[in-house]
Design a protein around this ligand. Structure first.
Ligand code: URA
Length: 235
């Protein structure tokens, strides 16, 4: 593939900007400076270096971000900083999108990708990809509330009650909740319908992939093959 096209595909900028990066000697291909935009290189095992930073060639990217509370998932954030401000520019530039959003005041595992099929697979309501949340509630969570969440609670504008797949008490005011859907404000609405109120919400798992314990708030990482395989497992 032509070096110029590779740079564009990896989010290094528009055609003119990429040409300039190459012609001014700022790009290394597997450790060697290449100043010819038409240089042909194989994409397998390709590492590009820009200003000392290595970028492995990736046809598509799959990311896990530990979203902190206080960040919006939209690119054009309105009232708070955007999660895109937590990613290096080339990842935003190549068009990654959140795979299912989290509210501004929620935290936890946010997946992002530029693979349209993947995004569809993990957001389509038909696929019922399981998600788990650690939920801090305003009031102590009663046995009746847990039973109601597991049996199904009726939310306004929903045709049928929504039931949690799992609900376990962690402490008096804290539960772990598993759901299969991803409806607007679903966890907050379910807790309200059960007679409680969400004070803090953290997504801890999507499918079989858990938020890594060593991924601190604001940090991100690539999902590799083994992570994607885990993600595809049931929650
Ligand atoms: N449910 C909510 O209410 N908010 C989220 O951010 C995620 C799930």
């Amino acid at each position: 593939m032509q070096l110029l096209r590779i740079l564009q595909s990896q989010g290094f900028g528009v055609r003119r900007a990429c040409r300039e990066l190459i012609q001014t000697g700022r790009i290394q291909v597997n450790g060697v400076v290449v100043e010819d935009p038409d240089f042909e290189c194989a994409t397998a095992a390709l590492t590009l270096t820009l200003d000392g930073q290595d970028w492995r060639y990736r046809e598509k990217v799959y990311l896990a971000l530990h979203k902190p509370a206080g960040f919006e998932c939209s690119r054009q954030a309105q009232h708070h900083p955007s999660v895109f401000s937590l990613l290096p520019a080339p990842l935003g530039e190549r068009g990654v999108q959140p795979v299912g959003r989290l509210d501004q005041d929620s935290s936890g595992l946010l997946l992002l990708s530029d693979d349209g099929d993947f995004i569809h697979r993990y957001t389509s309501p038909k696929k019922e990809v399981g998600k788990r949340y650690r939920v801090v509630c305003k009031h102590p969570v009663s046995d009746e509330q847990i039973a109601a969440l597991l049996a199904g609670v009726q939310l306004r504008d929903e045709p049928a009650p929504l039931a949690a797949r799992a609900c376990t008490r962690v402490s008096e005011n804290v539960i772990d909740l598993g759901i299969a859907e991803g409806k607007y404000h679903q966890v907050k609405r379910m807790l309200a319908a059960a007679g409680n109120r969400v004070e803090a919400l953290c997504r801890t798992q999507v499918g079989g992939y858990a938020l890594p314990a060593d991924l601190a708030p604001k940090q991100w990482r690539y999902l590799e093959e083994e992570d994607l395989a885990r993600l595809a497992e049931a929650a």
